[in-house]
Design a protein around this ligand. Structure first.
Ligand SMILES: Cc1cc2nc3c(=O)[nH]c(=O)nc-3n(C[C@H](O)[C@H](O)[C@H](O)COP(=O)(O)OP(=O)(O)OC[C@H]3O[C@@H](n4cnc5c(N)ncnc54)[C@H](O)[C@@H]3O)c2cc1C
Length: 371
């Protein structure tokens, strides 16, 4: 007989655990979190040098939760005693939280497909088929890097697969992509005295926006200013890479404007992420920007009742929920939607609203208004 749960959360990252904490507040116990690896696995796999760009601060007592907290009353700054945690440190915060709240994480279970059968969802997993009435899909993006974006891009190493920049062998590096991950890699390598060329189609330094999802963060700009030898870093903007050719002695990087660059070391690809929603392609529909169409009031997948999406894959118009302080605003929205369907009182989630962690009116995020 198939194992059966009322609610299954896929992924024990910030989103999966954040929603589990909301369910806990509501007294809902019939749920489980399926995790392919371990709690906070994505953060554990960040390059060792990479730190949060969003600062952590113990501001909760004044009603403003730490920007990287996933519940109103916890603070990574307090737990970790640092302002910009590494991925490994942040995973520690998540692990402490999962333990403290006794969250039912089942580790080492990978979900590879979900199908709808009558009123239930069947999750095909490495532990066999498991069924659920409600599924919260929070499998993130990190383990789904964007690798095939131009001809020969497989000859580059994606930043998501680099354990530590210090261990890369070579003196000169070429990074394709000059946004947060690319500049993070560049600062780390330049800090080790390596010569770095960053290529991007856009000039990210000159782009300013009140939405940090669209422009380099203040922390990254500070790091660039603090480079002890800025001459190690060259930035080439204006034309995208169209091809990488692996040649006998080096890599040839071809740009759309016809220029070429040579790199003796394997180019580094900082081109962002695809999303885990490829695993539920059969259950979703996408808009013209390829984002999953969700009910703006609940983050329920349109056309698949009782299937919810959480995390950086959530988009509503111009609002992109890629940072934790953004995607956490929808955890209580999802928990509240499920609670209402189950006839459970949602009053305990009012605390989330008081702490600005319950965003059910998306009008504040439209256009250029900072949310
Ligand atoms: C390098 C980098 C730096 C970042 N810096 C910041 C920052 O400074 N501030 C900020 O707010 N945000 C930052 N982000 C974004 C932040 O990491 C995400 O918003 C956050 O991780 C989203 O949490 P999540 O739980 O949705 O996804 P994840 O943290 O990716 O968690 C998903 C979980 O699902 C599991 N999983 C995946 N697939 C399956 C499957 N098929 N079956 C079962 N389990 C599965 C994974 O193992 C993982 O544990 C950064 C991201 C990256 C990559």
């Amino acid at each position: 007989m198939k194992k059966s749960y009322k609610i299954i959360i896929v992924g024990a990252g910030a989103s999966g655990l954040g929603i589990a904490c909301c369910l806990r507040e509501l007294g809902i116990k019939e749920y489980v979190i399926l995790e392919r690896d371990s709690v906070g696995a994505a953060f554990k796999h960040w390059p060792k040098e990479t730190r949060f760009i969003t600062p952590s601060f113990t501001s909760n007592a004044f009603g403003i939760p730490d920007l990287n907290a996933i519940t109103p009353l916890t603070s990574p700054a307090l737990t970790l005693q640092t302002e910009h945690p590494t991925g490994l440190e942040y995973a520690q915060y998540l692990e402490i939280l999962a333990k403290k709240y006794k969250l039912p994480v089942k580790k080492g279970i990978e979900v590879f497909r979900i199908e709808k059968q009558e009123q239930k969802y069947i999750l095909q997993t490495t532990a066999g088929d498991i069924e659920a009435e409600y599924v919260i899909f929070a499998a993130g993006e990190f383990f789904y890097p964007n690798k095939n974006i131009f001809k020969g891009s497989q000859h580059a190493t994606h930043t998501a697969t680099i354990p530590e920049y210090k261990k890369l062998i070579g003196e000169k590096f070429t990074i394709i992509g000059g946004y947060e991950s690319g500049i993070d890699a560049a600062c780390a390598l330049a800090g080790y005295g390596k010569k770095v060329t960053v290529i991007d189609s856009q000039n990210r330094f000159e782009t300013t926006s009140d939405d940090p999802s669209l422009a380099l963060s203040p922390r990254t700009r500070d790091r660039l200013k603090q480079l002890s030898n800025p001459e190690l870093l060259t930035v080439q903007y204006g034309s995208p890479v169209t091809e990488i050719k692996q040649e006998k002695l080096d890599y040839k990087i071809v740009l759309a404007n016809g220029t070429t660059l040579r790199s003796v070391t394997r180019p580094i690809l900082a081109a962002g992420f695809a999303t885990s929603t490829i695993l539920i392609e059969n259950l979703i529909t996408r808009d013209e920007k390829q984002n999953t169409i969700l009910d703006p009031l609940t983050d329920e997948v349109v056309g698949s009742p009782n299937l919810y999406l959480s995390g950086p894959m959530v988009h509503h118009g111009d609002a992109i929920f890629c940072f934790i302080y953004k995607n956490r605003q929808r955890y209580a929205v999802i928990a509240s939607s499920i609670a209402k369907k189950l006839g459970v009182d949602t009053t305990p989630l009012e605390q989330y609203r008081r702490y600005q962690m319950f965003l059910d009116d998306l009008s504040c995020c439209e256009g250029s208004c900072g949310c």
